[in-house]
Design a protein around this ligand. Sequence first.
Ligand SMILES: Cc1cc2nc3c(=O)[nH]c(=O)nc-3n(C[C@H](O)[C@H](O)[C@H](O)COP(=O)(O)OP(=O)(O)OC[C@H]3O[C@@H](n4cnc5c(N)ncnc54)[C@H](O)[C@@H]3O)c2cc1C
Ligand SMILES: Cc1ncc(C[n+]2csc(CCOP(=O)(O)OP(=O)(O)O)c2C)c(N)n1
Ligand SMILES: [Mg+2]
Length: 569
Amino acid sequence: MRRTGAQIIWECLQREAITHVFGYPGGAILPAYDAMLDYPIRHVLVRHEQSAVHMADGFARASGGVGVAIATSGPGATNMVTGIATAMMDSSPVVCITGQVDSALIGSDAFQEADITGVTLPVTKHNYLVTRADEVGPAIREAFYIARSGRPGPVLVDITKDAQQASCEFNWETAEPRPPGYRPDHRPRPSEYQDAAQLIAAARRPVMLVGHGVLLAEAAPLVRAFAERTGIPVALTLLGIGGFPASHPLNLGLMGMHGQAWVNEAVQQADLILALGMRFDDRVTGNVRTFAPHAKKIHVEIDPAEVNKIVRVDIALIGDLRDVMGTLLAEAAPGDRSDWLAHIDGLRANASARDVQNLPDDGRLYAAHVMHDVWRATDGNALVVTDVGQHQMWEAQYYRHDAPRTLITSGGLGTMGFALPASIGAKLARPDAAVWAVVGDGGFQMTMAELATVVQEQVKINVALINNGHLGMVRQLQHFFYGRRYAATPLVNPDFVALAGAYGIWARAVRTRAEVLPAVADAMRAPGAALVEFRVEPDDTVYPIVAPGADLHQMIRRPHPFTQRAADA
Ligand SMILES: Cc1cc2nc3c(=O)[nH]c(=O)nc-3n(C[C@H](O)[C@H](O)[C@H](O)COP(=O)(O)OP(=O)(O)OC[C@H]3O[C@@H](n4cnc5c(N)ncnc54)[C@H](O)[C@@H]3O)c2cc1C
Ligand SMILES: Cc1ncc(C[n+]2csc(CCOP(=O)(O)OP(=O)(O)O)c2C)c(N)n1
Ligand SMILES: [Mg+2]
């Protein structure tokens, strides 16, 4: 059949079962927008192209599918870069389609020309410049294949305006992708499995580190079965949260820079680390030279480039986590690690005495309380999307996630402004879920223009705005490491409730703990989107904290008994 390049874009998206695209139009992509009207795909009109990519990313992370973002050439395409880099760092499958100036004008500084394949080369898994209609189908089909196979990631397809306008024969079948040199399939050798099984059977103090790869591989049930058979406790990376149920007796919790003290201590005392789909980020390991010094290490990982990159391991099982865990489970010997678990329980009891949750209500509102109460009010069933900062860490510590894909957050790039748009994508992917965007007063202001998208597209999200009047996470670094010299971290904020009102969004401000549960319930009952502004303590600190580069067990702990007050800060 004969089609224009513009039509082929939508034919391909339809065949890839894409239901939503997130985008913003402009001259160089107009042929594609015009053709779009004839296809049954919902277009979500964003307010900034960075947000379009975050929405596609949120859609992908919530659904397990691929998210799609679309923009025009030049400023439209360059606005996408932060969103693309965010998806790249967290291995999220996103396909970005951009318009480009006519092929004859490339390199002439034509109106709205930017070399977006050049700009995005380091932050995409792969990218394409398409200058002919007959290249559109193969490029888009290959882009989807690359985005979702192996280690997922963002792929950009830049299509010139004349390629969109020209016609050619389109045949989906002949467009089957065969990218040269791309081999995403790896499998461990049987002897590697045997060596791993021996190390596991011999370990007396083993810990599993569950990472994002467990979610990407849809391997959570296998990991759970493996933990239960072997009695091995589980620590989670930030992006691994949901990969193992928080309520499970073998769950230890978050590890790393802001991980719980007992989790980091258990990792440091372990004699075996079984790292599953995680890449030993520096926020996870602290000082690499002293990381888990007594442990043999097994790394289950799909990307060979991640093996021995940061931490030297004794055995690497390179392959898809679901396949590898299936084989490991079949070979695993039942184990009893009750002495080790009892030891960790002792560490946990020691730490919990310092927990802010165990303190009497002193009339102040703490973000930790807010997150705990949001967890209670949502029965632990919400799909939470967090922004970046202190509130992100408090969510990770105090909202207990039992199911995969119920926490979406920007971990690797740490992109402020991620949460509001990503929550819109997540809600469109999972319309039945109660979606909460947990945002700081700083990051929210980076993409709050998307409140208009929320209203125009009638997306029922709920925003928990943790207003501490500061760029809290940076202020915290200044507090500990820069002699309390607070350069450029206090914020003068708008009236957030009035702001939401200007968009026609239900909103309420909360100042005391007693108001938290009713406000959360009312927000969810509100027929449209809702925003609750929690005016929390301005000087609160995320504990524990491992100083950058310090040993993982050398955490700065919350003072005990709890003494921190505004006046002490
Ligand atoms: C303010 C802030 C504070 C932070 N503090 C912490 C902290 O205290 N603790 C913490 O853990 N993190 C923290 N982070 C997040 C941290 O920066 C990293 O993003 C996070 O640790 C990465 O987790 P990960 O390795 O599990 O996931 P990713 O970085 O997404 O890596 C996933 C790995 O899984 C592999 N993989 C993908 N698919 C498969 C598959 N099918 N099979 C096998 N392997 C697969 C990938 O190749 C990759 O190596 C913080 C971030 C911010 C912004
Ligand atoms: C786009 C971007 N710019 C700067 C930073 C550095 N940074 C990390 S956390 C943070 C403060 C976030 O403040 P806020 O959104 O109010 O959250 P809080 O820490 O107060 O909870 C900053 C500036 C970042 N992560 N992303
Ligand atoms: Mg703040």
